[in-house]
Write a protein that binds this ligand. Structure first.
Ligand SMILES: C[S@@+](CC[C@H](N)C(=O)[O-])C[C@H]1O[C@@H](n2cnc3c(N)ncnc32)[C@H](O)[C@@H]1O
Length: 288
């Protein structure tokens, strides 16, 4: 399908949006009727208005939470939008690895336009120019009237890469965020542990924090989830040991994916810990 065909509203989502804009068409109809009344009194107004073509209405930006890895954990809404939009964007690593796309690969149709968003995933280089470039590409599709779904692993607004596109474009284009099942909550389910009861406070924190801050936060947490483990694993394990939390802490990598692993923290080689891993410390409360 050509881009012109896609932009002309053959897609379910785009059609729905354009129907909502029908309110604007109604106003034009009303103005037309007023014009006819004026025409009886003023010959000047009876001459036909020059034909001005309707500009293409801009597309809608979707931030699609696609869950932690198992495609069955996609919501019905995310599935509907994913399979309806003409354009799908997703982050890619420079190595070429593309987790978000892999999760929904079975649902993407050949005629959908794909926009890979390369990101450095590195502390040495700023992601900002990469997001600027990706946002500009997405903006061009939106301006041409094409709805764009940006895939985001887990939930888009919890440490999600979509937030950086949202911050650049939500003020310019109609935007809808579709929540997804976060890896944090999916991991509790996979580990089979209740996370929080009653007045417990849950803290979610990135392992990228400096050691002193991590230590302070973990020391007061009723329950905690430490994400972005990867090369920060050894630091986290030392802190957990110092705070006497090791026996409560649970490790999971690639939760809900076919290669999910649940391993004892003591048995882990720090060099083997991937980015897609987290440590969960459930509440100690045990009400019956
Ligand atoms: C940038 S955060 C994105 C979180 C995501 N928006 C969410 O709601 O799950 C990435 C971190 O989430 C955790 N994570 C994401 N998916 C995971 C999975 N399937 N299993 C374990 N941890 C995961 C890892 O700690 C990873 O470093």
């Amino acid at each position: 399908m050509t881009e012109a065909g896609i932009g002309s509203g053959e897609w379910g989502v785009g059609n729905r949006d354009r129907k909502q804009e029908g309110a604007g068409d109604g106003e034009q109809g009303l103005r037309g009727a007023e014009g006819a009344g004026d025409a009886n009194q003023s010959p000047k107004l009876s001459s036909p208005a020059p034909h001005t073509p309707h500009p293409t209405p801009p597309g809608r930006l979707y931030g699609l939470g696609i869950g932690p890895g198992d495609p069955e954990l996609l919501t019905l809404k995310a599935h509907r939008i994913l399979t309806s939009v003409p354009v799908i964007a997703y982050p890619t690593m420079e190595s070429g690895k593309v987790l978000a796309r892999a999760i929904v690969a079975d649902f993407i149709r050949p005629e959908q336009i794909e926009v890979p968003m390369p990101l450095p995933f590195s502390v040495e280089r700023s992601s900002q120019p990469y997001y600027d470039t990706a946002a500009e590409t997405i903006a061009q599709h939106l301006t041409a009237g094409r709805d764009v779904a940006v895939l985001c692993e887990g939930d888009p607004l919890l440490y999600g890469s979509f937030m950086y596109i949202f911050n650049r474009l939500a003020g310019r284009f109609d935007t809808e965020v579709v929540p997804g099942i976060s890896s944090t909550f999916a991991s509790a389910a996979m580990l089979g542990v209740p996370l929080t009861y009653r007045n417990d406070v849950l803290s979610i924190m990135p392992a990228t924090l400096d050691e002193a801050t991590l230590r302070d936060r973990l020391a007061v947490a009723d329950a905690a989830i430490i994400i972005k483990l990867g090369r920060h694993f050894a630091k986290v394990r030392t802190i957990l040991d110092d705070l006497g939390l090791l026996s409560r802490a649970l490790y999971i990598e690639r939760a809900t994916m076919p290669n999910q692993q649940i391993r004892p923290i003591a048995a882990m080689n720090p060099a083997d810990v991937p980015y897609w891993a987290l440590i969960l410390i459930p509440s100690q409360t045990r009400p019956q």
